[in-house]
Design a protein around this ligand. Sequence first.
Ligand code: PHE
Length: 499
Amino acid sequence: ISEGMSLDQVILNTLSEQKEIDSLIFASENGLDHQKLVGAIKSLLSLPKEYIKAEQKQISVWELTDEGKSFVANGSYEFVLYSAVTKDGILQKELMKMPNAKIGFSKAMTLGWLVIDKKHEDGPTVFRKVDDATDVVKTMLEDINTQKKVDEKKIQDLKKRKLITPVVTKFYLVTKGTSFNTQIERPEADLTADMLQDGSWKEKSFKEYNFKAKGAPITSGYLHPLLKVRTEYRRIFLDMGFSEMPTNKFVENGFWNFDALFQPQQHPARDAHDTFFISNPEMTDASKLPADYLEKVKSTHENGGYGSTGYNYDWKISEAQKNILRTHTTAVSARMLYKLAQQEEFRPVKMFSIDRVFRNETLDATHLAEFHQIEGLVADRNLTLGHLIGILYAFFKKLGIEKLKFKPAYNPYTEPSMEIFSYHPGLKKWVEIGNSGMFRPEMLLPMGIPKDVNVIAWGLSLERPTMIKYGINNIRELIGHKVNLNMVQENPICRLNKV
Ligand code: PHE
């Protein structure tokens, strides 16, 4: 057997020279591990062509028990005992103190190796009956160990004494198969385009499909923590009967982002410090803005109406046309409410959105230039601040937050406005969790929303609860180029626990 030749090749080469291989004999003659040889036989059998035939056989061989092994090492109990008896004899009670003396003594007596003088003056004394003894049991065990033939009757004695035990060994008788060849043609694992083109597939054999194989683990398609938390919020809104607003529009114009929301054009949020302006295209075509409504927005800003005095400044369409990245999802709410107002007959709605917004902020551990807002609104007749507070309790209860406090605040588009605080049991203090309010008549009435309809709304960030949930202190570990992709893969699913 040449060095480095694979075992299956060895088997094939041997079969080309001899009729049959007995795997046990072949392994022991060539110093091979029998298990490995059997492995090679099985791999040859698994090939689509029949290179070999193999018939499984079994033989029972005798193996030494631990006690049997100790006999080989130290001699049988009877021989050890016999050796301990000196020429002048030994007191029986002394002799019986040796380990395994009882069995050894009775065997040695049966073999006629020893005699006992019960009437000796010092007490019962044991003497040698023969000058020499041979440890036949030990010799037989050695023979069995080296696979020499041992008389069957003796074998049974040794078995009765539990010195040997039968072990069944499976082996193979290997012969040539119908497609025997010393050259193994490995079946193809893939059918390639080349094989199809040059027709070589006709001559090839192919590996069979293994339909029981487990698929390779999928290494992609894990949800980012933000998306998991978003899914939870979405579920809460859907549970409460809200429908989702279309938020697939990152680029807005000043009109929907600010003017429609009664946010004056000289408001600081509209200048370059907070808003990203688009340079190309810089402006939205004026024709894309609803003309009637635009006129109403302009006059409300300039002179008020609907019981308001307005801001008393010159409203410029050029400011409204400026393209920007939306700074809040309330721009989407404005578009949706305008659409609602265009319906023949007003119908109450509950709507929500969760999506990305952009602000030109100073970046730090908790602020990024883009983040996500969660926003909900309800439009119905005769809604009051009480309804807003009630729905906020219901919403946050679904998040496991039951203690809320409200603080008067200011938004250009809501009046009254309230910041929402919740008690954080971990931090043991009240923390701000959102903003809310009732949309102003200066926003709703120019749209054409009926006078008796009020719209309550609230908003919060998606990042903040996510960071708390996943124990992330630096927002850059949550989004952006520094995100550890393993984090995305290994994070557990999101559960907003009830505290
Ligand atoms: N748009 C507000 C913000 O950007 C949140 C808000 C939504 C406030 C709805 C009141 C009503 O923070």
